[in-house]
Design a protein around this ligand. Structure first.
Ligand code: ZN
Length: 362
């Protein structure tokens, strides 16, 4: 029989499954229990009694350095149209995009994630507009790197903005072809990098897409361009504001459930992430963020890779809408939501709140 409390704790830990004994913050799971004294010797409220103490013992802090702001570029000149579904975010022509990028740089946000909203005339069944050298993203990247070189320009690589049906690749009898589509994705990524993109973010959730991109970039000499993989991207209705109004690419029919993940699954997300790492991903991502923090936590714990999470348009819209009718305090809920992503293990948070959060953090 074990009588020494410390031995009991050790014994319990030894019998815990591996992943449960690991912590992100570096604290041993036995922290606070080793003395075996408990209340009243131990009063956890002592370190919460004022802000100085709370700051001293804070485990996770959100920083401007963690943030990436998604931006939408459209053809034309002098255009800055607010996107109704994600207020405070805009469709920007390249000249206005440059103005916005300078502001983003000045508040200290390290980078942007760029989405193109091409002229509908540029769309076809093979998404040829996605890799056009003078496409909207390629032109925007060139202008950004020329005018705001200090800002990291990450480009989203998918085909749904460039197909007439708004599916993420080439369809055959209604089914999204994997291998043919991944080759178009690789070609698209290369065109972004040739235009000056600092990092590509393939978003289609096709098998083998990371290997295809890595090989294509390497063959062209871009061995130093990183890939941020949308590794565990779920088929979520939280993207609706983004597709309906952001990129204006609502599906003509069907859904994306044959390539994006079933939201009931978590082990499968680990397999997706493991495959992407094996194929050469430099940063892995979980998308969406808030309903998927268990996946974020598991991803960080199991892989210890640089990890991004995408706080998507629906998550933004929910907080914004609740704040508009006076139910929630937008700034406080924003900070709580973003910090929860950090606490779960995210290193990078892609969010429409980035500018507002950066102002709070300055
Ligand atoms: Zn897509």
């Amino acid at each position: 029989m074990i009588t020494d409390n410390k031995s009991v704790v050790t014994l319990v830990e030894e019998n815990m499954p591996q992943q449960r004994t690991q912590t992100i913050g570096g604290l041993a799971p036995s922290y606070g229990r080793e003395s075996g004294t408990g209340f009243p010797a131990r009063r956890l409220r002592r370190l919460r009694q004022n802000d100085r103490f709370r700051r001293l013992v804070r485990e996770h802090s959100l920083s401007i350095d963690d943030l990436i702001l998604p931006l939408f570029v459209v053809p034309g000149y002098g255009i800055k149209h607010e996107i109704n579904a994600i207020p405070g975010n805009y469709h920007l022509s390249i000249d206005k995009l440059i103005e916005e990028a300078k502001e983003i740089r000045d508040v200290g946000i390290p980078g942007i994630l760029l989405f193109g909203v091409p002229d509908p005339k540029e769309k076809d069944l093979l998404a040829t507009g996605a890799y056009a050298p003078n496409g909207i993203v390629q032109e925007a990247v060139r202008a950004l790197k020329k005018n705001v070189p200090e800002l990291l320009v990450v480009t989203d690589v998918c085909l749904c903005e460039y197909t007439t049906h708004s599916h993420c690749g080439i369809l055959q009898d209604g089914y999204l072809l994997n291998d043919a589509s991944k080759d178009v994705l690789a070609r698209t990524a290369l065109s972004h990098v040739q235009a000056g993109s600092d990092m590509v973010a393939p978003a289609a959730m096709l098998d083998g897409q990371i290997r295809a991109l890595r090989q294509t970039l390497d063959d062209d000499g871009f061995v130093n361009t990183p890939i941020m993989a949308y590794s565990a991207k779920y088929a979520s209705k939280l993207y609706d504001p983004f597709f309906k109004e952001g990129t204006q690419s609502t599906l003509s029919h069907g859904d994306k459930k044959t390539h994006q993940m079933d939201f009931s699954n978590s082990n499968e997300a680990m397999r997706e992430i493991a495959m992407d790492i094996e194929e050469g991903a430099d940063i892995v991502m979980v998308k969406p963020a808030l309903y998927y923090l268990d996946i974020v936590y598991r991803a960080k714990t199991e892989f210890q890779m640089p990890l991004a999470t995408y706080n998507v348009s629906g998550e933004y819209a929910m907080i914004d809408a609740a704040a508009r009718i006076g139910r929630l305090d937008k700034k406080l809920i924003m900070m709580e939501a973003l910090t929860s992503m950090k606490r779960a293990g995210a290193d990078i948070i892609i969010t429409y709140f980035a500018k507002e959060a950066a102002k709070e953090l300055q």
